[in-house]
Design a protein around this ligand. Structure first.
Ligand SMILES: *[C@@H]1O[C@H](CO)[C@@H](O)[C@H](O)[C@H]1NC(C)=O
Ligand SMILES: *[C@@H]1O[C@H](CO)[C@@H](O)[C@H](O)[C@H]1NC(C)=O
Ligand SMILES: *[C@@H]1O[C@H](CO)[C@@H](O)[C@H](O)[C@H]1NC(C)=O
Ligand SMILES: *[C@@H]1O[C@H](CO)[C@@H](O)[C@H](O)[C@H]1NC(C)=O
Ligand SMILES: *[C@@H]1O[C@H](CO)[C@@H](O)[C@H](O)[C@H]1NC(C)=O
Length: 500
């Protein structure tokens, strides 16, 4: 009897020591991963952590996500005006945006390729003009026919018109964009051929994109042989539409902006924010809405996150997935990121009718559906586009501007205004060249920053690409082989400040 008790005791001992060795040699559990921000960056980190940990030795237990607003989606949001809803923030996706394409398929969402409901510049049947403050320097011919052959002819005619003004430079512009896109798709390569990156600089250099961040778009395009008139007109219109900035922005952000004016652009039917909502829902995330994190303190083995609600959370890994530029999070010990200004884009939605007199025209029908603008101090907006045409007298417009549109200004531009909605977005960084990058590893331990990539370019897809790398980085830094990196960098916190 006594003997059998000893046997059981012995068996338990053997089992528990076996179990002990499993835990420490081949697996590790990250108990609490905390993500700040529920936009495409934060939701993608959660998604890729779950996806990649299934065949990793690291197991991810709880994922907490903190969102200071009452809805998820970050800078992807809808606006309701005149009974219809439209994208209010991040609107367009490129056909080669493979992560967002995958999210859309994986989540059973549908794509919206209807050019009239996107901001596509080159959609065949929407008219386009470039306003220089006193006249239209370029205007497509507008003839809305029900007959597709006629529409095709009009579209070919407009291509000739474009070619007549800008010539072969248009092909050089296309080549410049194709080169950049060709480099960018390297980020979709398999794990075997694609390293995990610890800095944005390494990430960009590996893809061959880094040099584009060291010079302005203007410098790059002059070198690529584009004519000055193409740069100051069409290219400027596009950078103003997509980033609210001039061609003195960095070459990479400029290339991304130009890619966002090409063909085949799409958006998610019902709203791009559903990608974030769907990824959060499918990634088993504890979502804390209306909860703003105001301090992150590191205690050697965990982070303590305090929220403005008075709650305190203990996290093994903390991922910042919101731009740090305009939030007030106290870090202890302090972190150091380079100064960065966000470009604010004031988005004004108007249901009503634009005033032809403002453009020195006689009738509304002469005003292009997309009015782009050149860089001139006296133009108070970046672009005006028709989102929906209810009748010839009743439309919904979207206006982008760098400053808030005053009532008196709107009264000049619009003859009828039934409803006006203003949104002030801290939309993307104000790009400059050479660009400087914040670290991905904010403290050389387990505090990660997804939005460091935004200085390269800021789009839904680039956020997903940056998030995918962060998810891989977290898993690889916790797996045995990189323990040495952790140790050596822990004593190196001061070095970070010198690098910056
Ligand atoms: C085009 O078709 C719609 C109905 O399909 C019709 O109401 C409209 O008058 C037509 N427009 C022209 C220019 O023929
Ligand atoms: C998209 O999903 C497909 C199928 O699941 C996968 O093979 C492919 O690698 C994914 N693409 C990216 C960029 O992750
Ligand atoms: C980037 O610029 C450096 C210095 O001008 C040059 O040596 C390097 O070849 C360039 N890299 C690429 C990919 O063009
Ligand atoms: C959340 O995901 C479940 C399946 O995991 C699905 O049935 C449900 O419809 C999703 N809800 C939303 C709001 O996406
Ligand atoms: C966070 O909250 C805890 C518990 O309320 C408190 O002891 C601690 O001082 C707070 N930390 C900071 C940095 O405010």
């Amino acid at each position: 009897m006594a003997n059998s008790w000893i046997n059981i005791f012995f068996v338990i001992l053997v089992f528990s020591s076996l179990c002990y060795s499993c835990c420490c040699y081949s697996s590790y559990t990250i108990k609490n991963t905390c993500i700040i921000g529920s936009g495409i960056g934060g939701s993608s980190v959660a998604h890729f952590l779950r996806l990649y940990s299934t065949d990793s030795t690291i197991s991810i237990q709880n994922i907490h996500m903190f969102e200071r607003n009452e809805v998820v989606g970050g800078r992807m949001a809808m606006v309701k005006i005149g009974g219809d809803i439209f994208e209010a923030g991040a609107s367009i996706l490129h056909p080669k945006n493979l992560h967002t394409l995958n999210f859309t398929n994986f989540l059973n969402l549908h794509r919206n390729n209807d050019p009239t409901s996107s901001d596509s510049i080159d959609s065949d049947d929407s008219s386009f003009g470039i306003w220089d403050g006193s006249k239209f320097v370029f205007k497509t011919f507008d003839y809305n026919s029900n007959w597709s052959l006629v529409r095709k002819i009009v579209s070919v005619f407009n291509s000739f018109k474009l070619f007549f003004r800008y010539g072969f430079s248009l092909f050089k512009m296309e080549k410049f964009v194709q080169n950049a896109v060709g480099c960018f798709v390297k980020y979709y390569a398999s794990f075997e051929s694609r390293p995990v990156f610890e800095t944005i600089e390494d990430m960009l250099k590996w893809a061959g994109l880094y040099n584009l961040t060291t010079r302005t778009l203007n410098e790059e395009l002059v070198d690529a042989g584009l004519s000055p008139i193409l740069i100051s007109e069409l290219v400027t219109v596009i950078t103003r539409v997509n980033y609210g900035q001039s061609v003195s922005m960095s070459g990479l952000a400029g290339a991304v902006s130009l890619a966002g004016s090409g063909g085949g652009l799409w958006s998610v039917k019902g709203g791009n924010w559903q990608m974030a909502a769907g990824l959060i829902n499918s990634s088993n995330v504890a979502l804390h809405l209306n909860e703003e994190i105001d301090s992150i303190s590191y205690f050697g083995d965990h982070y303590e996150l305090n929220s403005t609600k008075g709650n305190s959370y203990s996290c093994d890994v903390t991922v910042v997935a919101t731009p740090l530029d305009e939030v007030n999070i106290r870090f202890s010990p302090p972190i150091s990121v380079p100064d960065r200004n966000l470009q604010h884009t004031h988005t004004t939605f108007v249901r009503g009718l634009v005033n032809p007199a403002y453009f020195s025209l006689n009738s509304v029908s002469e005003i292009p559906e997309l009015v782009g603008t050149v860089e001139a101090a006296n133009i108070p907006f970046s672009c005006i586009s028709v989102l929906e045409r209810y009748s010839e007298q009743d439309m919904t417009y979207k206006v982008f501007s760098r400053a808030e549109m005053e009532e008196s200004l709107l009264d000049q531009i619009f003859s009828v205004r039934k409803e006006t909605i203003r949104i002030n977005w801290g939309a993307y960084p104000h790009y400059k060249a050479p660009e400087v990058f914040a670290p991905i590893l904010l403290d050389r331990s387990h505090l990660y920053y997804v939005n460091a990539f935004e200085n390269a370019a800021s789009t839904m897809e680039t956020s997903a690409v940056a998030a995918e790398n962060v998810a891989r980085l977290i898993l690889s830094r916790f797996s045995g082989q990189t323990v040495s990196i952790l140790k050596s960098s822990a004593s190196n916190e001061k070095g970070l400040h010198i690098d910056l």
